[in-house]
Design a protein around this ligand. Sequence first.
Ligand SMILES: C=C1C[C@]23C[C@@]1(O)CC[C@H]2[C@@]12CCC[C@@](C)(C(=O)O1)[C@H]2[C@@H]3C(=O)O
Ligand SMILES: O=C(O)CCC(=O)C(=O)O
Length: 360
Amino acid sequence: MVVLAKSPAPLEQIPLVRSPEPGDYFAGVPAVDLSAPGAARDAVRACERYGFFKAVNHGVHDGVVSRLEAEAVRFFASPQAEKDARGPASPFGYGNKRIGRNGDMGWLEYLLLAIDGAALSDASPAPSSSLRDAANEYVGAMRGMARTVLEMVAEGLGVSPRGVLADMVTDAASDQLLRLNHYPPCPLLQSLMPNCSPTGFGAHTDPQIISILHSNGTSGLQVALHNDAADDDAPHWVSVPPDPSSFLVIVGDSLQVMTNGRLRSVRHRVVANTLKSRVSMIYFGGPPLEQRIAPLRQLLGAAGGGDGEEQSRYEAFTWGQYKKAAYLSRLGDDRLAPFHRQQPPPVAMPQVQSSSYPPP
Ligand SMILES: C=C1C[C@]23C[C@@]1(O)CC[C@H]2[C@@]12CCC[C@@](C)(C(=O)O1)[C@H]2[C@@H]3C(=O)O
Ligand SMILES: O=C(O)CCC(=O)C(=O)O
């Protein structure tokens, strides 16, 4: 489905990237069948290795997705003045090319909506009652999926109770968001610089616990693969093939910390398609503001108050502190860096004494 954007195009303000090529497509996107018996193990494996997975057999009805997507398309196709009346996003509301408050720009327009409990919050009123109803239905489905996945993660990690992570996103005070994104095509760039594309959404990790992303059939999402073996930190960007019948579950920074770095938040970005519109809908599941974010005790050793063998790799913080810092940061910043703990150097092993040492 194509949405026409009538706004002027300040293309010169948007960072350009090399257009994705067929060879950039990642054939190994991990898929987790949420209805299968091994789902907990598979979800943990995928989040350890890649920081994301594609959820299939998720039980969310097509109608729930298509109703909200149709409302999003209708809103983005409405006159610019009507959309502008819902903005500027600060942080909630309609945003056009400006992402956050610190100078990040992307080739997109969006609606960022706050959620209060299981429904959209009055803090960010929906542009129409039909969009609000569709969004509330969608949010209900996303909260359910976030709960299922986080229970599976706890089970797969062997931590109890099973709801220890899930409760944080379904608590009455949990901090959740819904974002509807529209990346218009950019034919002008296609004719001027055929090998370049505008950045739709710059590289970042999500600060929350978990994000659940749905997109239409237009490609654009890229993820950075971790390469522990490589000497440099250069990200290896791969394109995720679009699949409107599934959802992508993305590990956020807070889940990385609570699993002491075992599950990794994944850096991702969107390269806008020069010829086709991309529409995505992303649910961000965060905990209540006062929730302490620290590695779960059961994953730590005795020194960290736990039963395992590891030391904590992070200084603890509350979600409220982290969120405040995140909103002062640039999109691409490493927001966890200030919370990394210095790891103590390995303990020197005592030398084995033998009668022949030192040699005569
Ligand atoms: C540039 C920014 C946009 C962002 C807030 C921030 O200052 C840095 C983090 C960004 C991000 C990424 C994930 C979703 C999001 C809603 C969030 O919580 O943090 C966005 C913020 C935003 O779009 O306002
Ligand atoms: O549009 C997408 O596919 C991803 C969007 C995203 O990462 C975001 O909204 O934070």
